[in-house]
Design a protein around this ligand. Structure first.
Ligand code: ADP
Ligand code: MG
Length: 729
């Protein structure tokens, strides 16, 4: 029977190899194996390999045998063979017990794989796997000079993979029989791409790195296009769901909100507002992401959309990631609406609605009445945390869901809330983490995107500096002095620490944004600074006499609320907190933020944090205190954060310093995302072009019907567990 891309590997390879590939590498079919690309290519005389390997690495290297010495062991029976191999610059020792490999002789070339160990200060492999290259079966590969090194596993070595691939590639002299090219001919020629068979041959058996490059640019296309088709299909399906139009009505809550605003909307807010108003007026549910710098004024944009929905007779829900934020939103919105937010109460305005706060920590009676207001529709605006998602929360007519600070909410939660409407409600997701265009087009690819680029004018702006505590201890003292000066001038300050403290081994409050370990092993580092310890030190030291309070995730909701309230009211001058202040907290009088152990935070997280200061008319100051040396990668990263306030540039930097898999939400394994070659950092153009091509393909009358190969790839991604990250983004 003919071998196709769908043929199980067990039918073409030996059972042992096939089982190993399946269990250890997740490769099931011919397609999987052909799409298991080399990680790199080794060549004879290549300079760097051995010099670069680190103890503990599992590596495959290509090297030449320099010497072989065998001697009997001292205390045991048997012999010990030491083999020194080299690759130009580096050398390494291999150790075998009772070794009988006749071909392991000086000058032989081979591939050696194993975990790099250390013995008396020297790197070595103890009984490595090896594959000598002077055997007959290798001569053709060998002549090619570029030896593919594959991601391998314990039982499936790189050369077993190489051999299996060769078997497949050779099996059908003309690969064309085996491989159906999913890319439509016109797309291939429009973008000057190799055919799939040619690309597969070139990536697995290149004669030059140019071959590899051309193959990679073609194979990336497959990934980009299939991904974009999946997302485009999802957008189209969502667009077909019937929703309910919520048209704008004059003389209602929205007009009242506009009249009550103490400021003029920025141009951006007006434009996005128009966009939302028009979309709410359609009977297809809106799925939109609103991104805008911290402080760009997203809340009022959302509130205006909610008001429109209320005016049209529906309810709007605002989901916040924390109780602190939910309470703050409720306070702010109630204050703005005044009597219009208290319809049904004595001093309420009957033309308005009710603003109801529904959080997990409400007392039973309060909760019952909140639930009743939500269920009978008298609450037009419902604000809450994930408690809103729970069973038992029934809406009379949910028309719009606003999710604030999206990165804390998963798609499942979004869906749970959407399911609470009789028909799917409109959805607006807001995020203050600027999203690089490629990430927007992939991770958020099923949402339309609006961006607020402009900050309301009259903002002071924040200047940031790194305080290298280890190198310049004096600067730390100066930092506390600056803080005291600001407080003396009537302003307020945050001091942010990565940990709460007081409990042995407690974890960082928020590991989400933890930066990669780019400075080597850090097991020797001291634990991160903790809120409770730092607060104590400051109280009795540099900030003695100031009114200082703490805020962290282990406080009860009431305690948190009280801490936030008294800080907002100016009673507390200095708030020592974890990253709970990161998201959305709004105290315009706060002008200083000191981030302790700033190196423990991710780039975007620091940017978010500093957005908490200078939200009023006064200029702000952000001091990033760190022990990291100025010249280390971490020091450089912090300097970059201090140097720019462009969130998009920082988001890009963040992308560079994080592993792509993390961005895609597939932290466990880089190959599980369905994306092997495509880079969110480098392939922006390609992703954008593929998005356009995907939309065009689906817009055609017959859709993918004329492109069965492509349809099959899309189906494969959809059913593949690898596509999980698409759901979990
Ligand atoms: P974010 O986008 O970070 O959620 P907010 O919506 O919390 O920002 O707005 C930040 C602050 O800016 C709030 O105090 C808000 O009242 C204020 N604000 C919003 N829009 C404007 C505007 N057009 N002019 C002046 N201040 C504004
Ligand atoms: Mg906000």
């Amino acid at each position: 029977m003919a071998v196709t891309m769908q043929t199980p590997l067990a039918r073409v390879l030996g059972p042992k190899t096939a089982t190993g590939m399946s269990e250890q590498l997740g490769l099931e079919t011919v397609r999987d194996l052909l799409r298991h690309y080399p990680r790199r290519y080794a060549s004879r005389g290549e300079q760097s390999d051995l010099a670069d390997v680190q103890v503990g690495d599992r590596v495959t290297v290509l090297a030449q045998v320099r010497s072989v010495t065998t001697r009997p062991m001292k205390n045991r029976r048997g012999s010990l063979t030491e083999v020194v191999v080299g690759d130009g610059s580096g050398r390494m020792k291999l150790v075998f017990f009772n070794h009988r490999h006749a071909q392991l002789k000086p000058n032989a070339w081979g591939m050696f794989a194993g975990t790099v160990g250390e013995w008396r200060g020297e790197k070595q492999f103890a009984h490595p796997d090896m594959h000598l290259l002077d055997g007959e079966d290798d001569d053709t590969d060998w002549a090619r000079a570029l030896v593919p090194i594959y991601p391998a596993s314990k039982d499936v070595s790189s050369w077993v993979i190489q051999k299996s691939v060769k078997l497949l590639l050779g099996a059908s002299g003309e690969l064309g029989d085996l491989v159906v090219d999913p890319l439509p001919e016109e797309i291939r020629s429009r973008h000057a791409l190799l055919s799939l068979p040619a690309a597969l041959l070139d990536i697995h058996r290149p004669t030059s790195m140019d071959d590899v490059e051309r193959a990679v640019s073609r194979l990336k296309w497959d990934e980009a296009l299939v991904l974009q088709l999946t997302l485009a299909a999802r957008r189209r399906a969502a667009a077909l769901e019937p929703g309910i139009a919520r048209p704008r009505r004059a003389g209602g809550l929205l007009d009242a909100v506009d009249a009550a605003l103490p400021f003029a909307l920025t141009e951006g807010q007006r434009e996005v507002g128009e966009e939302l108003a028009a979309e709410l007026d359609r009977d297809q549910p809106m799925h939109r992401l609103l991104q805008g710098e911290v402080g760009s004024g997203k809340t009022v944009v959302a509130l205006r959309a909610m008001a429109q929905v209320v005016d049209a007779g529906g309810q709007a829900a605002l989901l916040a990631p924390t109780e602190v934020l939910a309470a703050q939103h409720a306070r702010g919105i109630r204050q703005l609406l005044g009597p219009l937010g208290r319809a049904g109460e004595l001093d309420g305005d009957a033309a308005g609605t009710r603003v109801t706060l529904l959080t997990g920590s409400l007392k039973a009676a309060a909760k019952r009445s909140a639930l009743a207001e939500v269920a009978d529709g008298s609450a037009g605006i419902v604000i809450g945390t994930h408690a809103l998602l729970q069973e038992g929360v029934e809406f009379a007519d949910l028309g719009l869901v606003v999710v604030d600070e999206q990165h804390r909410f998963g798609v499942e939660q979004r869906d749970a809330l959407r399911a609470k409407g009789t028909r799917p409600p409109h959805v607006l997701v807001m995020t203050a983490t600027p999203i690089p265009r490629t990430v927007a087009m992939t991770v958020y690819g099923d949402l339309e995107i609006s961006t607020l680029r402009q900050l309301p004018s009259g903002r002071g702006g924040v200047s940031s500096s790194v305080v290298p505590a280890a190198e310049k201890p004096g600067w730390v003292d100066r930092a506390w002095e600056r803080l005291r000066e600001e407080v003396a001038a009537g302003r307020q300050a945050y001091v942010v620490c990565p940990r709460i403290g007081d409990v042995p081994g407690d974890e960082p409050e928020d590991a989400d944004g933890a930066p990669p370990e780019d400075d080597g092993p850090r097991s020797d580092r001291r634990p991160p600074l903790a809120v409770l310890d730092v607060a104590e030190l400051l109280r009795s030291g540099p900030l003695a006499g100031l009114r200082l309070d703490v805020l962290h995730g282990r406080m009860t909701p009431d305690e948190k609320d009280e801490a936030m309230r008294s800080f907002a009211a100016g009673e507390t001058q200095v708030l020592v907190a974890t990253t709970v202040v990161e998201v959305g907290v709004d105290v315009p009088n706060a002008t200083v933020m000191v981030v302790m152990d700033a190196d423990r935070f991710g780039v975007s997280q620091l940017h978010q944090l500093r957005g908490r200061v200078a939200r009023g008319k006064h200029a702000g100051l952000c001091l990033l205190v760190t022990d990291a040396p100025t010249s280390s990668p971490t020091g450089t990263r912090l300097a970059a954060v201090a140097a720019t306030s462009d969130g998009f540039e920082l988001a890009r930097l963040d992308l560079e310093t994080r592993r792509e898999g993390d961005v895609l939400g597939a932290a466990q394994s880089g190959t599980r995302s369905g994306i092997r070659l495509l880079s969110l950092l480098e392939d922006e153009e390609l992703i954008a072009t593929a998005r356009t091509e995907a939309s065009a393909l689906l817009a055609a009358e017959r859709g993918l019907a004329d492109h069965p190969g492509l349809a099959a790839e899309v189906a494969a991604l959809a059913t593949d567990e690898r596509a999980d990250w698409l759901e979990k983004a």
